[in-house]
Design a protein around this ligand. Structure first.
Ligand code: GTQ
Length: 360
């Protein structure tokens, strides 16, 4: 019998006899004409033994990326681009605007005086501010002024625009779940007229309502997303450093906290898990992997990320990605603070999330 020893790239079961397979071709052709296909030719490619992804570990150093952001400003305005974003494309998934199979990441730049016009979409967005201070995002009629290290949420189907009245360029990381929305063909988008841009609530209203361990009585959540749409860095950083003084370090994560929806205690966003971690100088985490491919944005510090076979030296404002089920360790040469996001919360809701601490 002539057979191959492993599945081919289409997942065709290899142990199937090649010659016998030839004899089946007329059946396959006939069935195909009726939109019928034999599962046994693709089964193991569909139902894999282990997570399979074409995403690879990748790193975007800010000193390399920043000149491209600045050059993008010379060739297109925010008005014309709608959103002036350079997509962080995973080298294993080129042309798909993906950093992992399920996640989008991009760096958005907005110059002094520019406005990114209002629109809304089913996809949820997170912003993690990389550079600058004083630009705003307006979400559902409330402005919030952003600073480096702030985490800002644009919930699904809320009107949002961005403006930069400061005197410096402003750069932030955009994380969106549109690939998940598109997987289910559930995307809608609208562009806004003047009315939608109207500011209807004073800056800080959401924070007063939901950010102080108080809630208005008879509070009714508008959605599953946190009503707190800005998490200032000064608050998150303080919490992390205090945690590091009161708790033992986690061998696999150092000191890591998740952003939560203060109303539910659950994930701040329904489709993306968002986290921030502090790795003290000299510390190296132990190997960790999970089914949730994770995007990292470095806020402070320098160090090393070893992700699968790749080694990346990272510094402030760098970005890197650890694909699904790829073991990684993080080391800090100086105290390091890292923001990260993944689709973990979706997987948890579906009961399919897995993680492994250590090497098997
Ligand atoms: O700011 O609304 O990076 O709609 C991609 C799509 C940003 C945004 C992106 C978007 C936005």
């Amino acid at each position: 019998m002539e057979s191959t020893s492993s599945s081919d790239s289409d997942g065709v079961v290899s142990t199937v006899d090649r010659i016998a397979e030839q004899g089946r071709m007329p059946f396959y052709d006939k069935a195909s004409a009726e939109n019928l296909a034999p599962l046994w030719r693709v089964l193991h490619g569909l139902v894999t033994e282990q997570p399979k992804t074409n995403a690879v570990p990748a790193h975007w150093s800010y000193p390399t990326v920043r000149p491209y952001l600045m050059e993008a400003c010379e060739i297109i305005s925010t008005e014309e681009a709608e959103r002036r974003v350079l997509v962080l494309e995973n080298p294993g998934l080129r042309g798909q605007s993906r950093i992992t199979q399920s996640l989008f990441a991009g760096l958005q730049i907005i110059l002094p005086g520019e406005v990114a016009p209002a629109h809304r979409h089913v996809a949820s967005a997170l912003r993690f501010i990389v550079e600058g201070s004083g630009a705003y995002t307006a979400v559902a009629g409330e402005k919030t002024t952003m600073e480096a290290g702030d985490f800002v949420i644009t919930p699904s189907w809320t009107w949002h625009d961005h403006g930069n009245p400061s005197s410096e360029p402003m750069v932030w990381l955009d994380g969106l779940d549109m690939h998940v929305v598109n997987l289910m063909s559930a995307s809608f988008r609208e562009s806004g007229g003047e009315n939608e841009r109207l500011v209807t609530r004073a800056e800080g209203s959401s924070y007063a309502e939901a950010g102080c361990n108080l809630l208005p009585i008879d509070y009714k959540p508008a959605s599953e997303t946190s009503p707190l749409f800005s998490y200032p860095y000064r608050v998150s950083r303080e919490a992390l450093y205090r945690l590091s003084r009161s708790r033992d370090i986690d061998r696999h994560h150092a000191y890591k906290m998740a952003y939560i929806n203060p109303v539910t205690g659950g994930s701040a966003m329904p489709t993306m898990t968002t986290q921030i971690q502090f790795i003290p100088r000299g510390f190296t985490t132990e190997p960790y992997r999970s089914t949730a491919g994770t995007v990292f944005s470095v806020i402070e510090g320098t160090g090393r990320a070893v992700i699968g076979d790749a080694i990346f030296e990272f510094g402030p404002k760098d970005h890197f990605v650890a694909p699904s089920w790829t073991s990684f360790v993080l080391s800090a040469d100086e105290d390091a603070v890292l923001f990260s996001y993944s689709d973990r919360i979706i997987q948890e809701k579906l009961g399919i999330f897995r993680e492994l601490r250590g090497n098997d």
